[in-house]
Design a protein around this ligand. Structure first.
Ligand SMILES: [Zn+2]
Length: 869
């Protein structure tokens, strides 16, 4: 139901509610509906049951209204319950308008803001079970909603729901939730009960669905972001998760160091206030083992609960100790680590060990969720007014080190990608403006049409943190000792990841700016794509999409062997040239318009040295472990229109009759980043620190590509196949093939080299087929990556070409790097040739989380390798 129909429905509902309140119709409890207590051992409500229960409450209670806020990746409706008093329910549009007005102090005086804060209602958003195996909150949500609408609360619900509008998303990941429920049911009563699924719990992202919250690749992130920063603007947002089983029972904020520096201090104070109230309410009700200030830092932007900090929202995270999905566990007291066995100021009541059940998690989460409702009610006016104050400060106060603006010049290496980035910024609530005339900023001349992100805007902290280069503080275990790793990325700078030029400008400048009201699209000239030949620059990722689409339709496509200037246009090496057949002329203009591409029409190509490419048969390996990088690679392929088939372990075994011939079926085989023991054997080295997190898989999901697969891959390469190893999977090439390259970082401990996910500077050879279309200097994401030493091959059967190497100095662009000397000048991407084929080693995270668009081309070039180079 759309928001508009909701409010119309409630104009009528208010009258009906007034008539029916005397009869106080009873609401069905979740226990009565499900036939078991919420969180009972080994009982789970799947997504269909949860939805059905909320629909029932929607029909039974005037205090709950169920909305559809979007669709999951696999097309399930995403639901959100609005819970508030009957009187408020009839005026939701007004309350949403109030928060929208409080967001923009440029059009609201402090006096008006105070008045609106008096009239408005605090909005609290609770999102559950984004990580689908952290399933308790999704179950809890039903009881929480029921308790609120039926008044079974530790406070006067009638009074509190007059002040507060609760928004409740029972699961932020319906597809994953359904997968987990089905997997659990299938293995119930077997030795695999409660074990991990052999695939990721989201069609593309798995656990990384909590790394997408500034990029919005996933439809689930899009739906909730719309609620957060466009439609409802909650002042408090809580995202409920689970963590490991043995230590604290629950984490609630305050968060631990370090903070993202751009966040307003009042956000942290408000987060701490909510956190302390939760811990207080839990303690007074006898809940033991609650910790704050450990494990979860204030330095991160990609998680659901974290981007809120940068939008002046009190954004919180809870992490409860896990059970085996719905199966209880027993924790021996001696299994609890010392730091969680001893009393500390941030952990005053250690949990002694014992049985731990799904219902325990539900109880902790119910209590903390109720506590938040109470806090929202106690501080209702304050929360609304402080939201206004923080937005006002964002605009008026100039923070230390704050730039005046960021400028995204109109001229870009890859314009469609730059425009895409602007759309992504706007989806996150950033105001972007376009210059109506040429202007000078920071001593540089920018043409009209360049984009400007002024820092004086309500969501300044977000825009700033996303566009600037991060400098992660040098935190050590002791002075001069090993580093304390960040929670996730140390750096994430979006323009660097996407290969977009974006300049930070410190001093104010004058120019007439127009605020964009929708994401910009490229202006594509009419009548292009009709020449005898049509050339597309290899600089744009979208040109590769066009090439794949044309190849699929059997067009003749070539790649230029060197940079060439034609009709005034500079075409870098590897640019695409398409023969203008009648079919091409029919399809190409529409394709170019859709992709925002500008083409060069050519009469003849006699002077251009070109090599043909064919529609490649691509295989993408997928193990029986939940490999997120495989999911993201698949996402990138789907997003860019790359054709592929998924290869399973069975595809690396000879059929019952006949022999295994990979070259007969595939031209390119891609191994996403993954531990090579898992690729080869399906088992992790028992000595690995991660080994204890791996539960055994049922036999049909066991094994790896095995020796037979490795041998088949060797033959595949020898016969002309292209094997691509991404990031960690490069280990496969180092260990099992005789590539003239090795990982120079392999034996270095953290005191010698340390680079948690950060962005580093690469020197690229754009004349090399794998470097086509890239600028000579680019930024690449380093994340558990490799830096290679190569050598002169000892056999003529091998050759190597270093496509990209880490810069000589100034390697770190954003994040944290210790031991620059260990990585400077080492190879990052190497094209090795073996007999008739190639092994392409892409040692950086070239397509990580579908964020690093700036380095997609390393992978895309490997897929569209010209035949006779
Ligand atoms: Zn989680």
């Amino acid at each position: 139901m759309s928001l508009r129909t909701v409010s119309r429905k409630f104009a009528a509902a208010a009258i009906i509610a007034a008539l029916t309140c005397l009869t106080a119709a009873a609401q069905t409890s979740p226990e009565a509906f499900l036939g078991h207590k919420v969180g009972a051992d080994r009982k789970l409500a799947d997504y269909g049951r949860i939805r059905a229960y909320f629909e029932k409450l929607d029909a039974e209670s005037p205090k709950l209204q169920l909305l559809t806020i979007g669709e999951s990746t696999l097309g399930k409706p995403m639901i959100m319950a609005v819970i508030t008093s009957e009187a408020n329910m009839g005026r939701l549009d007004r309350f949403r308008e109030i928060t929208r007005r409080l967001k923009d102090p440029r059009t609201l005086s402090p006096e008006e803001a105070a008045k609106l804060a008096g009239e408005g209602k605090a909005i609290l958003l609770i999102t559950c079970s984004l990580h689908a195996s952290e399933i308790a909150a999704s179950q809890m949500s039903m009881e929480f909603a029921y308790d609120l609408v039926s008044g079974k609360t530790p406070f006067d619900a009638n009074k509190v729901l007059e002040d507060v509008i609760v928004l409740l998303v029972p699961t932020s990941n319906p597809d994953g939730h359904q997968m987990e429920c089905e997997w659990y049911a299938k293995n119930l009563g077997t030795k695999y009960e409660g074990g991990n699924m052999p695939w990721i719990y989201h069609p593309y992202a798995g656990h990384d669905n909590n790394r997408d919250w500034f990029m919005f690749n996933l439809s689930e992130s899009k739906a909730i972001t719309k609620v957060l920063y466009h439609e409802w603007l909650p002042q408090i947002h809580m995202d409920e998760h689970q963590m490991g089983s043995d230590d604290a029972r629950l984490f609630v904020p305050p968060f631990m160091n370090p903070p993202v520096p751009n966040v307003q201090p009042l956000v942290w104070r408000g987060v701490n206030l909510c956190g302390v109230n939760m811990a207080y309410d839990l303690q007074k009700n006898g809940f033991r083992g609650v910790v704050h200030g450990r494990s979860f830092t204030g330095w991160w932007i990609g998680a659901c609960d974290d981007t809120g900090w940068l939008h002046n929202t009190l954004s919180l995270l809870s992490e409860a100790a896990s059970v085996n999905l719905a199966t209880p566990i027993y924790v021996e007291p001696t299994e609890i680590s010392k730091e969680y066995a001893e009393k500390r100021m941030e952990f005053p009541d250690p949990w002694p060990g014992g049985w731990w059940r799904l219902r325990d998690i539900v109880d902790y989460e119910l209590t903390l969720s109720m506590s938040l409702v109470r806090t929202a009610s106690l501080y209702k006016e304050d929360l609304l007014l402080n939201f206004y104050r923080m937005n006002k400060d964002s605009i008026e106060a100039v923070d230390k080190g704050q730039p005046y603006a960021f400028v995204i010049p109109a001229a870009q290496n890859d314009l469609p990608t730059a425009l895409k980035m602007i759309g992504i910024l706007m989806y996150g609530g950033v105001e972007v403006r376009r210059a109506a005339a040429d202007f000078v900023a920071g001593g540089r001349l920018y043409p009209a049409g360049s984009f400007v992100v002024l820092m004086a805007q309500p969501y300044k902290p977000y825009a700033w943190a996303l566009l600037e280069k991060q400098k992660y503080p040098d935190l050590r275990q002791f002075p001069g000792g090993p580093p304390i790793p960040p929670y996730d990325n140390a750096g994430w700078t979006l323009p660097l990841q996407m290969g977009v030029t974006c300049d930070e400008v410190e001093t104010p400048f004058e120019v007439r700016l127009e605020k964009l009201d929708k994401a910009p699209s490229a202006v594509v000239p009419d009548g292009q794509g009709l020449g005898a030949y049509v050339a597309l620059s290899s600089k744009a990722n979208a040109a590769y999409t066009a090439a794949f689409a044309l190849l699929k339709d059997k067009a003749e496509v070539f790649r230029t062997k060197a940079a060439v200037k034609v009709k005034g246009a500079d075409l870098p090496a590897g640019s695409f040239v398409v023969k203008g057949t009648p079919e091409v002329k029919k399809a190409l203009p529409g394709l170019l318009a859709k992709l925002g591409l500008t083409a060069v029409d050519l009469e003849d190509v006699a002077d251009i040295s070109m090599a043909a490419i064919k529609n490649p048969r691509i295989g993408l390996y997928r193990s029986w472990w939940s490999n997120m990088d495989e999911g993201w690679t698949r996402y990138v392929f789907d997003d860019l229109g790359v054709p592929y088939v998924t290869l399973r372990n069975a595809d690396f075994k000879a059929p019952k009759k006949g022999k295994l011939d990979l070259k007969a079926k595939y031209d390119v085989i891609v191994f996403p980043s993954e531990n090579i023991d898992i690729i080869k054997t399906g088992k992790i080295d028992p000595a690995s620190p991660w080994a204890r997190w791996f539960t055994p898989n049922p036999p049909e999901y066991s094994g790896g590509i095995e020796k037979e697969g490795i041998e088949a891959l060797k033959t595949f390469v020898e016969e002309g196949g292209i094997l691509v190893t991404l990031n960690e999977a490069c280990g496969l090439a180092f260990k099992d093939f005789e590539v003239p390259a090795m990982n120079a970082l392999e034996k270095l401990d953290r005191t010698k080299f340390f680079c948690p996910t950060s962005i580093l500077k690469l020197k690229v050879d754009p004349a090399a087929p794998i470097g086509y279309g890239l600028p000579e200097e680019t930024a690449a994401v380093f994340s558990d990556s490799v830096a290679m030493a190569t050598w002169i091959p000892t056999s003529t059967e091998w050759d190597r070409r270093v496509v990209a190497s880490f810069a000589e100095e100034g390697v770190l662009l954003s994040g944290w790097l210790l031991g620059e000397d260990a990585i400077a000048r080492k190879a990052a991407v190497v094209d090795t040739r073996h007999k008739k084929g190639h092994i392409i080693l892409i040692g950086v995270a070239a397509q990580m989380r579908a964020q690093s668009h700036g380095t997609y081309k390393f992978l895309l070039n490997a897929l569209l390798y010209p035949e006779d180079i």
